[in-house]
Design a protein around this ligand. Sequence first.
Ligand code: DAH
Length: 335
Amino acid sequence: MMDGILDLQKKALEELDTIHDRNGLETFRIAYLGKKGLVTTWMKKLSALAPERRPEAGRLANQVKMNVTRCYEEAKERIALQKEKVESFLDVTLPGRRFARGSVHPITKVTQEICRIFVKMGFRIVEGPEVEWDYYNFEALNIPKDHPARDMQDTFYVSDNVVLRTHTSPMEVRVMESQTPPVRIIAPGKVYRRDSDVTHTPMFHQVEGLLVDKGISFSDLKGTLTSFVHQMFGYETALRFRPSFFPFTEPSAEVDIRCVICKGKGCRTCSNTGWLEILGSGMNDPAIYKFVGYDPEVYSGFAFGMGIERVAMLKYGIDDIQLFYKNDMRFLRQF
Ligand code: DAH
């Protein structure tokens, strides 16, 4: 009978070793330790023993019950731990999850590049309002009320006297109004015109430049803009100054660069001229000094303005301006 209980213990402990889940463990508990389980049933049989053998057999039976119970508890812990391990398993060999990294928008990039070139030459960066008074956008730039540039087809009017600025030139007036020469500024920012096709968007970007001091001449304008073009497009890039007209400059010149696509041979991009216009410029018309209180007998200066999208399109060979504003990752990732 004593051997019987020890056999039972051996069998129980061996079986416990083969159990790896909670269901198996519960089946085991019922089979051995439950009310009708093998261990319990066996203990009941003790009463059939002769009284003098009962104490020893009882002690042994209790020992077996405690052993089996302890091993059962240990198995329970082992299985719980295993489950936790499986659930929190970290496979360090799996490829990592990539973070989508943003990039600088090409327009921002070109703006920064233009600014960097002029800052090196001593220009200061200024910014101003996009919703602008008619006075700064037109009037003080010598663009009177009946000037064609004010046409409703080009300008977004907010009210009779307020517009969305159509160029960055109003910053020339704002700066001159608030400071006496020497003045050397560039003003990047958004401008607005009622226009939309492959080379025009209703909102686009310009950079304005202004330099006023004593003894400034057209050669300063030429030298400054030539240096800019060389730094921006490469020292081998040919450029030319072509006579033009702007109400706020006299004389005025537009700057063309040798076509970056055909190198001057003539192609669709340059309309077979071999040249591409990149900016407008000129000597400050004394008429605008009148508005800001500068003495044209003492001071002279030059100004220029360029479209940033256009510079970016020429620099990177992009033929559709709308691409800048479609947020197509395949386009943006290239910069
Ligand atoms: N504001 C002119 C435009 O948007 C560009 C321009 C021309 C700016 C000549 C200037 C300048 O400062 O001198 O078309």
